[in-house]
Design a protein around this ligand. Structure first.
Ligand code: FMN
Length: 195
């Protein structure tokens, strides 16, 4: 695990330095630490939008807990998620964009699956989560909003920084993330540590 974390960090540094294309590998995430973080009322008190980030890479623990908080499986017996979704469609896919490339969060396997190399982060934070739905109706937007709030509260409760953003080049992201016709990026969430 230590080696994996080291290699993620090293790849990040190299990619920042000389923008080389990297061969992305599946990242096995940690089981979520459901005991961590502030109480809900404290997290709500501290939630705010932050648009500048430290360049420090996310630890594997923080990345793992972030993905699980966003839209992980919290009831394995039914496969249901930390975020509700209209008619339990579970339509929100969470893409994790880094300086090296983009990954798709797989909540069943608790992995990040490589999608494409290259830096397509709409805002330069260590990671930028892209919330995509294949339901382009209002339901998709609402479901994305709820995942967004999970991310914001996780960050507020664990001393991390984020902002929900509607601004992004959707056409470029659709291409880079290999999205199909109905899949729409609704929000992006840069996440990192405070400067
Ligand atoms: C749906 C939505 C879209 C947003 N889009 C952007 C954006 O594109 N860029 C940005 O800097 N902030 C964006 N924000 C963040 C808001 O500007 C921010 O929440 C607002 O100024 C209030 O500040 P606070 O989050 O610190 O309370 C967005 C927020 C929401 C809910």
């Amino acid at each position: 695990m230590k080696n994996l974390l080291l290699s993620i960090t090293v790849c990040g540094i190299i990619a920042c330095g000389c923008a080389q294309a990297k061969e992305l590998k599946t990242i096995q995430l940690n089981d979520p630490d459901t005991q961590r973080g502030d109480a809900v009322m404290t997290a709500l008190k501290n939630r705010k939008s932050t648009r500048e980030f430290s360049t420090k890479e996310l630890s594997l623990k923080d990345l793992s807990d972030l993905c699980w908080a966003a839209n992980g499986i919290n009831r394995p017996e039914s496969g249901k998620r930390t975020a509700p979704s209209a008619m339990n469609k579970q339509d929100i896919k969470v893409y994790v964009c880094t300086a090296d490339g983009s990954y798709l969060y797989n909540p069943q396997k608790n992995t990040l699956e490589p999608v494409s190399s290259g830096d397509v982060r709409p805002l330069k934070a260590p990671v930028c989560l892209i919330l995509v739905s294949d339901t382009s109706s209002d339901w998709g937007a609402m479901d994305a909003g709820i995942v967004s709030q999970n991310i914001s509260l996780f960050c507020a409760g664990t001393g991390m920084a984020t902002v929900p953003r509607g601004s992004m080049d959707k056409a470029a992201l659709k291409k880079a993330l290999k999205l199909t016709g109905d899949q729409t990026p609704f929000l992006n969430h840069p996440v990192g540590y405070f400067k």
